[in-house]
Design a protein around this ligand. Structure first.
Ligand code: GTP
Ligand code: ZN
Length: 313
């Protein structure tokens, strides 16, 4: 029997669900222990000989990109072959700027475009404050054409559902988008708004996969259109976001507000922590300057630099 192609649309531990081009789905198991398939992977698979309807993933086709985090002890892949990542935070609970920055750096390192959404604009005062905290992200890398800033989308998923659905549908059109966000920001609300019946679908998948198996975490791909061109990938929340796969000396290049000034330091191997003649340090200041670097961002950089320079043990 020759191998067929398919797309991984769900992953639960070591098992995954592979969708064929005709839309049929089946549970598949990876061949080896290494190189587990992740959601978004294009794979070659084969049906089992004994005909229980399940299959085996024979090969993972070359990935365009892979977004993952690398904590001290383990690596956690989010998904592969992404066009963009939607990072959903909210006015409340207050989001961690460090986690946001880490997610953005991981996106830059993977070569995937991040978009930030700030939910709960109906909570007027906390929203205004959060929107202000996001000022550097809305302007970093300079203003004007070709500037490398991040799109920041205000949302109120429960109060202006229809308006938000339109904006999001446009943003996600024709793309494969991973949604990341801390618990409580409104990720389930967003998925259910865009994919009516998502909960039922996930329930069915978990049940099919869960029979006699331990299923805890899951990542699921949902199609947003009948033509199956726009996809939304939902993955479990996270409390930490390790970047141990990134070298400390690469951090500045992956932070657009720092990257803007990299040619200007006196020393070619400047760490932008303490050196005289550092063009990055010269731009660290309070206030609204699209060429500037907020003290918060520099503090996060300093922490990350220390974390990634520490010897592994
Ligand atoms: N005020 C307000 N509340 C919202 C909005 N969107 C979601 N919520 C509420 O925020 C809470 C968290 O929303 P969820 O969608 O469950 O968030 P989640 O990110 O999936 O959180 P977990 O399930 O913990 O991962 C719920 O009580 C929602 O009703 C919004 O636009 N405004
Ligand atoms: Zn420097």
């Amino acid at each position: 029997m020759s191998d067929a192609t398919g797309l991984v649309v769900a992953a639960f531990g070591r098992h995954c669900v592979v969708e064929s081009p005709d839309g049929a789905r089946r549970i598949c198991h990876p061949r080896g222990k290494k190189n587990l398939p992740v959601v978004g992977d294009r794979v070659l698979w084969q049906g089992a000989r004994h005909g229980d309807g399940e299959g085996t993933v024979e090969k993972i086709l070359e990935r365009r990109n892979l977004l993952y985090r690398q904590d001290e002890v383990r690596s956690k892949s989010f998904a592969a072959n992404l066009d963009q990542v939607l990072i959903l935070v909210a006015a409340e609970p207050t989001f961690s700027e460090s986690l946001l920055t880490r997610a953005l750096i991981a996106c830059e390192a993977a070569g995937v475009q991040p978009v930030i959404a700030l939910n709960k604009s109906d909570l007027v005062a906390p929203f205004a404050q959060a929107w202000q905290r996001l000022w550097p992200y809305r302007h970093m890398g300079g203003d004007g054409d070709g500037a490398h800033h991040y799109q920041v989308l205000p949302l109120s998923l429960t109060q202006s559902a229809e308006v938000d659905r339109k904006a999001l549908t446009q943003l996600l059109h024709g793309k494969t988008t991973l949604v990341l966000g801390p618990s409580g920001a409104g990720k389930s609300t967003l998925v259910n708004l865009l994919v009516p019946g998502a909960e039922v679908l996930t329930g069915e998948l978990s049940q099919a996969l869960g029979a006699g198996r331990h299923t805890t975490t899951s990542t699921t791909l949902y199609w947003l259109d009948g033509a199956r061109r726009s996809a939304l990938i939902d993955s479990p929340g996270f409390q930490s976001f390790g970047l141990n796969h990134i070298a400390a000396t690469d951090l500045a290049r992956l932070m657009p507000d720092f990257a803007l000034h990299l040619g200007g330091c006196r020393f070619y191997n400047c760490t932008h922590l303490h050196e005289p003649g550092c063009a990055v340090l010269a731009r660290v200041a309070e206030g609204q300057d699209s060429q500037g670097i907020s003290p918060w961002r520099h503090r996060i950089y300093r922490e990350l630099f220390a974390e990634l320079s520490a010897p592994a043990y």
